[in-house]
Design a protein around this ligand. Sequence first.
Ligand code: FBP
Length: 344
Amino acid sequence: MWPTMVDEVSKAEHYGWTLERFLLERQRSFPGATGEFTQLFQQLALAGKIISSRVSQAGLAGLLGHTGATNVQGETVQKLDIFANNTLIRCLESGGQVCLMASEEVDDPIPIPTRYPRGRYVLMFDPLDGSTNIDVNISIGTIFSVHKRLSPGDDPGLRDCLQSGSRQVAAGYIIYGSSCMFVFTSGDGVHGFTLDPSVGEFFLSHPDIKMPERGKTYSVNEGNETVWDARVRDWVGWLKTPDKQHGRPYSGRYIGTLVADFHRTLLKGGIFAYPADAKNKNGKLRLLYEAAPMALLAAQAGGLASTGEQAVLDVVPTELHQRVPLYIGSKLDVQDAVERVRKS
Ligand code: FBP
């Protein structure tokens, strides 16, 4: 185990470490490490810094608004969606760490140009999550998921992307909010780094994040209530029913950006949900580059993530852009939710 933040002293010791130092310390504890993983993260961090600077000046740089195009999800593509998508591809395609990428904005897996070496990792991402909030200055983010390639010999392909969330070697997000933060896990806890734009570096600010076992807030788009299943309606009604002894009613908090709603839930506890409904039979959120990476972070922070029927990390994907219902957050809150919404 590399520098575990088991106590306040070791946490204090690591405060102020740059993301790069943190990754290098980690690399040293893996005999035989090639440095590929560290370099992949350095490129992800670079992409995050570039996107963060553009997001914070979007209104000045003519980057607000949409392109007029629609993506494979049938959503209107925002100019910043494309900027973020291209920035991630440019930063990750040439270094030799990844063999294949996939993006919410691109129909098919993204091959690495033959002029570049291919690496051992598959990177999938939602380049800019929370598109509906871009133009109204509300927190948005980039979500990423990292797997090991399955096909060492032959050409990487869809098969390398369709791996269950439990096989992720790392996952995380970059949130562009009041501050820009890089939050990730590589199987050793969840750690948050804050960008100091004056230095251009991410510094460790939230080591070893643990999600409270139970929270006080619920986060769901109640505008969908009429198309919800009766069990979902009953569950949300139950959360709002006064019961002092069990800390209810919970307060409603809904930003409408998964990264931001999850970030609050990770730090403060509670539950975020995007249930299936009569409109979205499988919910709205995408498994491979939204639900699964968040599920790994939740699990590593002591929380849970369920589809309502099974653990998100156990869902075996069959399509690149498939959607799943999502209930994610504090362990006890997700258990309460599943108990009430589960069909089977
Ligand atoms: P994209 O913006 O990446 O398409 O993500 C989907 C999303 O915006 C999530 O961030 C958010 O949780 C959800 O959709 C909000 O959906 P709705 O507007 O239906 O509540």
